[in-house]
Design a protein around this ligand. Structure first.
Ligand SMILES: Cc1cc2nc3c(=O)[nH]c(=O)nc-3n(C[C@H](O)[C@H](O)[C@H](O)COP(=O)(O)OP(=O)(O)OC[C@H]3O[C@@H](n4cnc5c(N)ncnc54)[C@H](O)[C@@H]3O)c2cc1C
Length: 496
């Protein structure tokens, strides 16, 4: 779990804090170059432009993260011709490019939708031990911590090949053609230059709501109260670690209770027990306060001797995830912080003596940026009320997990859970658009709960099913009543 769980505040305090905080502007880093309007979407009108068509499909999925890959694979599995465009060279998005490992548990039973179970079966096929017993336990896509980002990337390619998803790597979505309340084409940039993908249905899985924004869907960003985004991180991995020595140091010497499990699966973090250890590093000038503001490291069982670092983070007061310039500056800043942290670990943690930086993320970790305003707008009230929806596409009890200076998380009582409605995935503006993943229609606090990977996958799966159902029955996807779909084709049926 991400470590901010350690600092719970009450629901009343959260709402009070949110209400009291003055509305502020999104802050940007100190720049030598002046950005015009950092948070604006540059919308170019491509309608009427002579752009060659590269591919035609039933469904065009933009963005190949956990949400987009699930959508593409499920749509193809349901007999549709699918194009999946991805700006990187790997599927998995944050999972593989930003090295975000492992998938967080939804913390509630029966949350795995069929796609997630199938993904776990794929892991098992590749030698990863997955617990398929009937033991009541949430397994959440990638529960088996033996998987690696590299194996996941391979499995996603394999899935796409099996179901004949046409994956277009190194293809960046830069705009749309729209007509009569429909998106008619995605404008992309590839090695061939500009071209377009024509499709009947478009799925926005870019995380940044890029497709929706380019088409003109209203998409707020940041906290409604502070204007700030969640903190961004550039994650990295270190190899050459003697795990037992690290474990003993944190558990035995520093008496860190955070580390509940034992090697090969364990983690260390900055907690009240280890705070002094990091503070001394600041005093000696080895690290800065910002470097150690948030520290968390997980073992990767599939890579013995390697740990995945869920850090460093940059301050949302200085860097906004909706500014292109800030994102670049944050990457440069994080790279400096990574070097300092690695040296600090090597010098001060037994077991890190021969450790080295084995991998740096190729994508900045963005927890939150733009979110669409869809037919249903989820808020923290849905979470606190453990609300159920007839058109729910999945369930979760993962807490509101905000990485910022002030607002922290709130957990639901044991056994309680909330659901995500299909209406949060569709808009009034476009009849053939579905949005999945971390940019669905949710306010800042609600997004902080729905953003975990298993939920993104289940949303994508529902989008794939809805696309096939809509095309087969000639129903616009933004008019589909998920609750009226036959139960046997739904990936999730509401508990409400
Ligand atoms: C630092 C950090 C730690 C986290 N920790 C955890 C954790 O431990 N467990 C967990 O479950 N969740 C965690 N999360 C949250 C989770 O990883 C993300 O919310 C989730 O991956 C979002 O999935 P997505 O499919 O919506 O988008 P993403 O994973 O962001 O994928 C979006 C994809 O779209 C592509 N794309 C974007 N724009 C374009 C474009 N214009 N053209 C073409 N392609 C484009 C991107 O390259 C990317 O592949 C963490 C997030 C961060 C940032």
């Amino acid at each position: 779990m991400e470590k901010s769980f350690l600092i719970p505040i009450s629901r009343r305090d959260l709402l009070k804090l949110a209400g009291l905080t003055a509305a502020g502007a999104v802050l940007s880093s100190n720049k030598n170059v002046e950005a015009a309007e950092p948070a604006k979407t540059q919308n170019f009108n491509f309608n009427g432009a002579q752009i060659p068509t590269l591919l035609r499909a039933d469904v065009c999925v933009c963005g190949g993260g956990p949400g987009g890959t699930a959508a593409a694979v499920t749509a193809a599995r349901n007999g549709l011709k699918v194009v999946l465009i991805e700006q990187g060279t790997v599927l998995g998005g944050s999972q593989t490019q930003a090295l975000v490992y492992p998938a967080m548990p939804t913390r509630i039973l029966n949350s795995d939708t069929p796609y997630i179970t199938d993904l776990n079966k794929r892991f098992a096929m590749h030698g990863v031990s997955v617990d398929f017993s009937d033991e009541p336990k949430y397994k959440n896509g990638g529960d088996a911590r033996e998987y690696t980002p590299e194996l996941l990337a391979f499995i996603y390619d394999e899935l796409c090949a099996d179901y004949k998803v046409n994956v277009l790597y190194n293809a960046t979505l830069i705009g749309t053609n729209t007509s009569g309340g429909k998106i008619t084409a995605a404008i992309i940039h590839t090695v061939e230059g500009l071209s377009k993908i024509e499709a009947n249905i478009f799925i926005d899985a870019t995380g940044d709501a890029a497709l929706s924004r380019f088409a003109g869907v209203q998409s707020p960003h940041g906290s409604e109260h502070t204007g700030r985004n969640q903190k961004m991180s550039l994650r990295f991995e270190m190899g050459g670690i003697e795990e037992m020595k690290v474990y003993k140091f944190f558990v035995k010497k520093l008496k860190d209770g955070w580390c509940e499990s034992k090697p090969p699966e364990f983690e260390f973090a900055k907690t009240t027990h280890t705070e002094q250890f990091y503070y001394e590093g600041i005093q000696r000038g080895e690290v800065t306060k910002d470097d150690v503001a948030y520290i968390q490291a997980f073992t990767i069982i599939g890579k013995p001797g390697t740990m995945s670092m869920n850090c460093p983070e940059v301050s949302p007061y200085l860097y906004s995830s909706t500014s292109a310039l800030d994102r670049s500056k944050a990457i440069q800043q994080c790279r400096i912080m990574i070097r300092r942290l690695a040296n600090f670990f090597k010098k001060n943690i037994p077991g890190f003596k021969k450790a080295y930086i084995s991998r740096e993320a190729s994508m900045l970790g963005i927890r939150e940026s733009w979110r669409i305003r869809g037919k249903y707008y989820m808020t923290e009230e849905d979470y606190f009320a453990a609300r159920k929806f007839p058109d729910a596409v999945c369930r979760s009890a993962y807490p509101i997990d905000i990485h910022d200076e002030a607002l922290k998380l709130q957990k639901l009582a044991n056994g309680e859970f909330y659901e995500i409605p299909y209406r949060a995935l569709i808009t009034n503006e476009f009849s053939n658009l579905i949005v999945v993943g971390r940019c669905i229609s949710a306010n800042f606090s609600a997004q902080a709960a729905v953003r975990i990977q298993p939920s993104c996958m289940s949303m994508g799966e529902a989008a794939g099913i809805a696309s096939a159902y809509g095309l087969k029955n000639n129903i616009a996807v933004n008019n589909i009543d998920w609750a009226s779909l036959p139960e046997n084709i739904r990936s999730y049926v509401s508990a409400g």
